[in-house]
Design a protein around this ligand. Sequence first.
Ligand code: IVH
Length: 662
Amino acid sequence: MSEAVHKRLEELRDQLRRHEYLYYVLDNPAITDAEFDRLMRQLRQLEDEHPEYASPDSPSNRVGGKPREGFVKVRHSSAMLSLDNALNDGELREFDRRVRNLLEDRPHLYAAELKLDGLSMAVQYENGRMRLAITRGDGEVGEDVTENARTIHALPLRVDSTLPRFEVRGEVVMLKRHFDALNAERERQGLPRYANPRNSAAGSLRMLEPSVTASRKLDFYAYQFLVDGKAHFPGHWESLDRMKELGFKVNPHRRQCAGLEELLAFCADCEGKRDEYPYEIDGVVAKVDSIAQQQTLGWTAKAPRWAIAIKFPARQEETIVEDIGVQVGRTGTLTPVAFLKPVTVSGVTVSRATLHNEDEIERLGVQIGDRVLIERSGDVIPKVVRVVAEGEGRRPFRMPSHCPVCGGEVSRAEGEAATRCVNTNCPARLKESVLHFASRGVMDIDGMGSALVDQLVDRGLVKSVADLYSLKLEQLTSLDRMGEKSAARVLDNIERSRKQPLPRVLNGLGIPFVGERTAQILADHFGSLDEIASAGPEKLQVAEEVGPKVSQGIGGFFHESRNRELIERLREAGLQFTHQVRRVVGGKLEGKVFVLTGTLPNLTREDAKARIEAAGGKVTDSVSKKTSYLVAGEAAGSKLAKAQQLGVAVLSEEDLIALMSQ
Ligand code: IVH
């Protein structure tokens, strides 16, 4: 029996490893997210039932670490140097001339790669297992961020290699779309925005709480393979290939160049494609390919003589703010937008830049008529960096007192950065909320873009997201640019979205302050939408990271009859309103076994169970010596007597809640 279980466990782990690899490394998934989640749940359940087969490198175990107080400093196997920069073609020519001189004109190749704009990290493996991940630090000594690095799915926890030890160095990055989503959520929560994807990747990697790092969805691209601190393969290109074979993510945009001209062509090519890459790059790195030749060239104190960073120009330009208007978003937020005198920033004409909110305008001190520096970075919309010169006859922007779309009143709550339109029927809000509901990572309704949503709302076919589930083929085909085929595909995608798990449904509802992460926490904690809707502020705040502001947002949302109606219609449409609670590793009740008995004053049995499990505890049916606590309510009977007999601690509901929130 146990052999069969062990075999099944290993099978599941292998399957999940392969799918992680296909999804995160090759960006080419073979199964849907839901199927992946199902496999993961099976694995977790089996591991729960058979703790004797626990394994630190199980795919279920990426977010296993407990919060820490700080990071331990660790010395690198060899210095992590930085690179000299070439800021123009002349400096690159000079580098090439020096290389050829030192190599006495013997032929050589350059391996050219994208220079990703993230932070470098060294990851050590021992006997095929990830052992230690260290930030660059000062190049000699970095910080041990192993627990956080384990949450990066592109980094294998286990590798098939005959080498007893090796080290992979590479760049940790945050994809532009994750950066944008993170900032949008931070803004909704009234938190300051991250300036760029590099800063947010760095901040995320250094979180004391690994689950926060996990939620940030970092990525890792490998660019160096070392054994005992030294290059292991005879050529750099070969080491990239070998890392790829081992299952690491190696950037596909690379080229072996026979000389300067080919290198320049590669740089021009990459610069032209800069916007298409899902991550930020700030240039190209060229390395002399042969390790023997690298040794001939050697190092200066600061950088290798065999490599150079060819930097692309910053994507900033100066222009004039001709006007400032506002845009109305999904939660009714009025976002000020600067209308600019059109200017070309690295090949793209920019005529608008976001100003985020009133506080940001104040921080920048920007007024209409000013000359400003704008930048294109991870954001979809460019941003204003600073005022360069105050315009003559400049005039300040005033947030309108009424919504520019529906004419309804606007208000700004205390302590919040955002000004919102209070009319829940505002068409601008409705369009944005449908778009959010349908978006990738939420309900994933492919094809439901703004052109379609505009028409659906403008023609009154969609008055709430629930209407999506009763759309008919004829209604869709009656719209502009909607053939039968695409209409059928959209309906198909709507149909499929009914299966999306509860955290996504919750995120999709647009509850104030409930984004992807909070939705996941709520679903894990309460297990069902009804529990969340009926929980008062006190109950809500027992959940991790839910404070007065979030609980007020949730309470307010479910209080509105319009929203309650929406929920009922979505329930009828068959959306997922319950959620299998994930076991939390490292929760407050980890390792504790509970038995529930009698009627508790506030919590239902299911509710109490869901909360205990969400905090990492286990609930069983009968009292034994293994029971840590009996939670007893009114009319507790034989179980209470048994607990007292065995000396098991007895808790009231109040004690239980106190225990969880300690
Ligand atoms: S090679 C000795 N390759 O750029 C070789 N670095 O200023 C050291 N970077 O600290 C690095 N992409 O954070 C290398 N493909 C790439 C890179 C890359 C980004 C970063 C890295 C390094 C900095 C060099």
